[in-house]
Design a protein around this ligand. Structure first.
Ligand SMILES: Nc1nc2c(ncn2[C@@H]2O[C@H](COP(=O)(O)OP(=O)(O)O)[C@@H](O)[C@H]2O)c(=O)[nH]1
Ligand SMILES: [Mg+2]
Length: 231
């Protein structure tokens, strides 16, 4: 298991949080071994997420109450890391996989690297009907992206990813919800930047239930897919 990362000084870890007091302290402590800074972008949590993150050494930003995409856009605007690593706060992503994720970027082989749950496995993508819908929806979106951009990705929806700061700032991201993950991929490809993916494992959310209802957002995914595929 890696203990540090030789590219640490050029990495900033961004974690979007909404009521994640049970996991955020542990996650910040584990992630800071691999980054010059760990920043949380909080969605005005009602619990002690912000206090615990601050105590663990994270810097704090707030979103504008519009969703996780909004939180990511705020970090991209306010932070100037050479490489951004995005992770979820529920401990479904393992900070020890950060070196593997950023490697293609620092070896000049990619500008944007997504963690693939299809290659690395997931404890959240199969089981309940909601999880089945996520897997099916994600597979459909990924197939559309592959066909349109002539690439062969396996996962277009994972929040665990690394992107060059310079590239992120050029993408002019607009989405407020989790549709930002597919927006990031399509805009990266449209601008001719290189995408790679590495296998990363998705663990089950450690406490509580998902803060995001994919079913309620299905129309948004479809709308944003068509928008960024063709326009
Ligand atoms: N800042 C912010 N973070 C959010 C918001 N909604 C969800 N998150 C965070 O985004 C991450 C992914 O959410 P999660 O509930 O695990 O979604 P799932 O993994 O798709 O089931 C978690 O770290 C959440 O705390 C939001 O509106 N604002
Ligand atoms: Mg989660």
């Amino acid at each position: 298991m890696p203990r540090s990362c030789k590219w640490k000084n050029n990495i900033g870890v961004v974690i979007c949080t909404l009521n994640e007091e049970k996991t955020i302290g542990d996650l910040v402590n584990r992630a800071k071994k691999y980054a010059s800074e760990v920043c949380i972008v909080d969605g005005h949590s009602k619990d002690k997420t912000v206090q615990i993150a601050r105590k663990s050494g994270a810097s704090i930003l707030y979103d504008e109450g519009k969703g996780k995409g909004n939180a990511i856009r705020i970090a991209v605007k306010k932070k100037n890391y050479p490489v951004f690593v995005f992770m979820d706060a529920d401990c479904s992503h393992d900070p020890d996989e950060i070196p593997k994720l950023v490697k293609p970027i620092f070896e000049s082989k990619a500008d944007h690297v997504t963690g693939s749950r299809l290659l690395g496995g997931s404890d959240e993508l199969h089981g309940t009907f909601d999880e089945f819908l996520r897997l099916a929806g994600s597979a459909f979106v990924t197939w559309c992206i592959n066909a349109r951009f002539n690439v062969r990705l396996s996962d277009s929806q994972n929040g665990f990813r690394a992107v060059k700061g310079k590239v992120l700032k050029e993408l002019d991201l607009k989405e407020d919800s989790t549709t930002i993950e597919q927006e990031m991929i399509m805009k990266t490809l449209k601008k001719g930047y290189r995408i790679d993916e590495v296998p990363t494992h998705e663990y089950k959310r450690k406490y509580g239930t998902s803060r995001i209802s994919v079913l309620k957002q299905a129309h948004r995914y479809l709308f944003s897919l068509v928008k960024y595929l063709f326009f």
